[in-house]
Design a protein around this ligand. Structure first.
Ligand SMILES: [Zn+2]
Length: 146
């Protein structure tokens, strides 16, 4: 289980670092260690890179000089990472959401402050007074101005 987690983290960072720009294998390992403190051994990173090449998420650019290989995301690789980022974003939203107040009228997130009003025995949160007003108008079936 522990092994799987590390592998996933490694995969995640590998893809995110490649999304940032093409990199050599050793650059990926150095970035991970310097920036994230994750020790990635060649035995972990190269098989994963190889697999990514095989499934077409990354492309290999061979530079004849010094036999260095640069890994870069392919078109489908970029899309894959973008979808992954979206999913992670959703997870973070879920984790952060309970701390946020959402305006009962427009649905925008109220990080701090905001406006509260008791409407029909319920204290509702709004981003501003105007939203509270629109909400009440809507409740009464009137035109809303937002
Ligand atoms: Zn609002």
């Amino acid at each position: 289980m522990e092994q799987l987690k590390v592998t996933n983290l490694l995969k995640l960072y590998t893809l995110l670092l490649l999304y940032e720009g093409p990199k050599h294998g050793y650059e990926l390992m150095k970035y991970m260690e310097d920036k994230i403190g994750l020790k990635a051994s060649p035995g972990h990173i190269y098989p994963f890179l190889k697999k990514l090449v095989e499934i077409g998420l990354i492309e290999l650019e061979e530079i004849a000089e010094r036999d260095k290989k640069t890994y870069k995301l392919s078109e489908s690789g970029r899309k894959w990472v973008e979808r992954m980022i979206d999913r992670i974003g959703d997870l973070i939203d879920i984790a952060v959401e309970p701390k946020l107040t959402v305006c009962a009228n427009c649905g925008c997130k109220v990080y701090e402050g905001g406006y509260r009003e008791e409407i029909e025995g319920q204290t509702l949160a709004f981003c501003c007074e105007h939203c509270a007003h629109s909400y009440k108008m809507e409740l009464e079936g009137g035109p809303h101005s937002h």
